[in-house]
Design a protein around this ligand. Structure first.
Ligand code: MN
Length: 498
């Protein structure tokens, strides 16, 4: 997988020189202990770096500017151990351009009832100092995350870990480059959008290449490289001939192996991390990329079908945000296909013509070769499996003409009641929260697409925080959604986001 940088987060403790050197020494000692314990916890996906106590205008401004300039710094975590007059923070905050976390904690977990005196109170007053700091950040209208609780509490550490992934998504968004080897499918509205605005808002670079340039890269892949990859497929996956001739089947699989290698080399050479295809615009490619795209998604590339560059970039963003997640369950391009409307068993069958990422697979993965009902090419090989159970989120980014809206639905993935032996594609099955009727009505009211970026490994909150950092509207549909409130939210947002 194409990895993001080895990011770090700076820990900046606020204080002032009013309380004397002894107090400041304690402040520094405490914040060093917190940083060390956070790093030792094993909970955080990225390292925290201790910084000298922020006591003056000059130190604060310099630290934030150093954070801006340090390519490995993905954000700053602030905490006011004592009181820290917030006017001292204005200049630094004005110049700071990276994600900000306000960790509202304090060194001691419990009030030391028997020994507490005024010296202790002055030294440990984040309930006081963090309110002063929070006020100025609010007054300045700066997006930040606030996490409240004791720093050694695992739940608090998990919240910090979650925010770190969002912060890395914010930092890496501007490095996402999507290669379009096909335009948007004719007459389709929801997959269209303003590519210039996407670059301004998200930093995404969306570029077109003639499909035959990448087809040449595919043709340039040697027979021996192709055969070696086919052998790897045959080792790794179950082969379901389903009556097809064995040699013919293998030839079809080899076409996908050659596409995988050719596409990956072309993307690598030109520095793109996501790609879109279109079944109606394949040039010299002899099959619609199926198995090949599934494998590239597994390696961390973003993908969107039918020219859908917004979803391709969103899938790549999710791949970055979930990178190295312990026990990750997977992230994929997805499409809402067909419903089960039986009362008590409602859900949406999710799939695509071919392109579902095997990271979401539960159990064995098979290769099938089957005709496509659309397009005019050879029967493509594809990986077939069913997806894991459990909660996930499906996200859609739409262009409303004057602005973008991100729609996120929390969904509960399940097994279908029965197997579907005649369906030659990978599938997931989920019930949108709060239920199919309200979830689907809310999704349609918000203008959500049929294509989504889906993951088990992020939360709606993480995507909403990313959206806030990008300055766009995020609509969350989950167990708290009611249609009456959602309609009002959309009305109010239409005034706020102009
Ligand atoms: Mn589609």
């Amino acid at each position: 997988m194409k990895q993001a940088k080895n990011y770090k987060f700076w820990f900046a403790t606020g204080s002032q020189d009013l309380y004397g050197d002894e107090c400041l020494a304690k402040v520094a000692e405490h914040s060093k202990i917190i940083v060390n314990r956070l790093n030792e916890s094993g909970v955080l996906p990225y390292e925290v770096v201790w910084k000298p106590t922020m006591i003056t205008n000059e130190v604060i401004r310099r630290t934030f500017n150093e954070a801006n300039a340090d390519e490995e710094c993905a954000g700053v975590i602030t905490w006011m151990h004592t009181f820290s007059p917030a006017k001292s923070w204005i200049l630094g905050l004005q110049e700071f351009r990276k994600p900000l976390l306000h960790l509202h904690t304090q060194f001691n977990e419990e009030i030391p009832y028997d020994t507490i005196d005024m010296d202790f109170m002055n030294e440990n007053q984040s309930a006081h100092g963090d309110r002063e700091f929070g006020h100025i950040v609010t007054r300045m209208g700066i997006e930040r995350k606030i996490i409240v609780g004791h720093w050694n509490d695992r739940a608090v550490q998990e919240k910090i870990a979650s925010w770190m992934r969002t912060a890395v998504g914010i930092m890496e968004s501007s490095h996402i480059r999507v290669m379009r080897i096909a335009d948007n499918m004719r007459n389709v509205a929801v997959t269209e959008g303003d590519k210039v605005e996407a670059q301004i808002k998200f930093g995404w670079e969306i570029d077109a290449y003639p499909v035959n340039e990448i087809a040449q890269a595919v043709q340039a892949v040697s027979q021996s490289d192709t055969n070696a990859l086919v052998d790897e497929y045959y080792d790794k996956y179950q082969i379901l001939l389903e009556g097809r001739d064995e040699a013919e089947f293998r030839r079809h699989v080899a076409v996908q192996a050659q596409i995988e290698l050719g596409f990956e080399r072309f993307l690598e050479e030109k520095n793109y991390q996501a790609i879109v295809t279109h079944f109606g615009d394949l040039g010299a490619l002899t099959q619609l990329p199926g198995l090949a795209i599934q494998r590239l998604m597994e390696k961390g590339y973003g993908f969107g079908a039918e020219g859908d560059w917004k979803t391709a970039a969103l899938v790549r963003l999710m791949k970055i945000m979930t990178q190295n997640t312990p026990n990750a369950k997977g992230t994929s391009f997805m499409e809402d296909y067909t419903y089960n409307l039986v009362p008590g068993k409602e859900g949406i069958l999710e799939a695509h013509m071919l392109e579902v990422c095997p990271t979401i697979a539960d159990g064995p993965i098979s290769i099938k070769v089957n005709p496509l009902s659309m397009g005019d090419r050879e029967d493509p090989a594809r990986l077939v499996f069913t997806a894991k159970e459990g909660p996930g989120i499906a996200a859609s980014l739409v262009d409303l003409g004057n602005r973008f809206r991100l729609i996120v639905n929390a969904v509960d993935c399940k097994k279908t009641e029965k197997p579907m032996p005649k369906l030659p594609v990978a599938t997931a099955f989920w019930t949108p929260q709060p239920n199919l009727a309200t979830g689907a009505e809310a999704w349609i009211l918000a203008g959500g697409a049929h294509h989504t970026a889906f993951t088990y490994d992020l939360t709606s909150e993480q995507l909403a925080d990313w959206g806030a950092a990008m300055g766009i509207e995020t609509v969350i549909i989950d167990n708290d959604t009611t249609i009456r409130n959602l309609k009002n939210e959309l009305r109010w947002n239409s005034v706020y986001y102009r």
